[in-house]
Design a protein around this ligand. Structure first.
Ligand SMILES: Cc1cc2nc3c(=O)[nH]c(=O)nc-3n(C[C@H](O)[C@H](O)[C@H](O)COP(=O)(O)O)c2cc1C
Length: 316
């Protein structure tokens, strides 16, 4: 029997549902799982008032996370495996996960341990995962696998349905667009990762240094999004430093510059994003081999192959 730590934070319950799908088979196989739900010292609102929403961007991007309430688990507990479940906020890990990974207790819990990251978001998680890799490495954790669940709606539709969900709490289908978030069937199918990890733990494979979740289509990357993300990340870097020069999160001095940033965001989403998607689509025959190389690299360590789906995906 192995001892597994699952760290989670979810506002709508979506990520908690996915975590539960992974935890179920681990427990059924007899492994002991501690689910640590992160609790920010000052809760984040849901739905988000628009000002609070944009005001969170600079601290997300600069990894300046407000503290959490003390964890329910002792920092020196010796786990065999740590699973970090997070969502993306402004192309960065959500602030509660950043706070965990930068805290003494969080770093202590993952030091020297095999770590699996599980992200669930709209569709842009590449930059956030790069940050996770850096924070995990800084804490001396060993990232072994990565699972990414995304909203399968068209990127242009989810640019409307995700903000609508986050800002109003309304998730249902809207103006012919699909409901926001990850499809329920996809959430149920996340149990395949729990089954594969339970088997891997039985074989001591978590100690092998190899991925445990290969062949389960844990990650599929659209390399064209990587290009948009890089541009967005650069812009957020500049804006976050500028906004922070005006004052702290929540201060009235930030309000005018936040308004300018909001206008910029809307104009970007309405003009630059569709244009760049169209350009990338038109240029894709020329960029094909470069994008394929990029895809293979970004899908590491767990990859998009399917050779183990038959064994672990019960819905097939
Ligand atoms: C402040 C904020 C910023 C977000 N930024 C992104 C983003 O940059 N990329 C993305 O794919 N999703 C983004 N989302 C969507 C979340 O990743 C997530 O899918 C959604 O908030 C539901 O998460 P939860 O119920 O697990 O907390 C954002 C959500 C919030 C609240």
């Amino acid at each position: 029997m192995k001892h597994v730590l699952v760290v989670n934070y979810s506002q709508t319950g979506q990520l908690s549902d996915i975590a539960a799908q992974v935890i179920g088979p681990l427990r059924e196989a007899g492994h002991r799982v501690h689910l640590e739900t992160l609790v920010p010292a000052t809760p984040y609102p849901f739905p988000w008032p628009i000002v609070d929403f944009v005001d969170a961007m600079p601290e997300c991007v600069q990894l300046d996370a407000p503290p959490l309430k003390p964890l329910s688990v002792a920092a020196d507990t010796d786990f065999d495996l740590v699973i970090l479940c997070y969502q993306v906020w402004f192309l960065s890990p959500a602030l509660p996960m950043t706070a965990f990974l930068r805290s003494e207790a969080g770093r202590c819990l993952i030091r020297g341990k095999p770590v699996v990251t599980l992200v669930a978001c709209r569709n842009m998680w590449l930059s956030a995962q790069e940050t996770m890799q850096k924070l995990i490495a800084e804490a001396d954790g060993n990232l072994r696998d990565h699972i990414a669940l995304i909203d399968r709606g068209h990127p242009l539709a989810t640019f409307i349905t995700t903000p609508r969900w986050v800002l109003t709490g309304k998730r249902d289908s809207f103006l012919g667009m699909p409901p926001a978030g990850i499809a329920p069937a996809e959430i149920r199918r996340a149990s395949r990762f729990g089954r594969a990890m339970a088997d891997a733990l039985d074989r001591n494979a978590e100690k092998s240094g190899q991925p445990m979740l290969a062949g389960l289509r844990a990650v599929t990357v659209n390399p064209r999004l990587a290009i948009s993300e890089r541009a967005g990340r650069r812009a957020f870097g500049v804006w976050s430093r500028l906004i922070r020069a005006f004052g702290q999160r929540g201060s009235w001095q930030r309000r005018p510059i936040l308004l300018v940033f909001s206008v910029y965001l809307i104009v970007m989403v309405l003009t630059v994003v569709p244009t760049s998607l169209l350009l990338q689509w038109l240029l894709s025959p020329l960029l094909k081999s470069r994008l394929e190389g990029l895809r293979a690299q970004l899908e590491l360590p767990s990859g998009s192959e399917e050779f183990n789906l038959e064994k672990y995906d019960e819905s097939r």
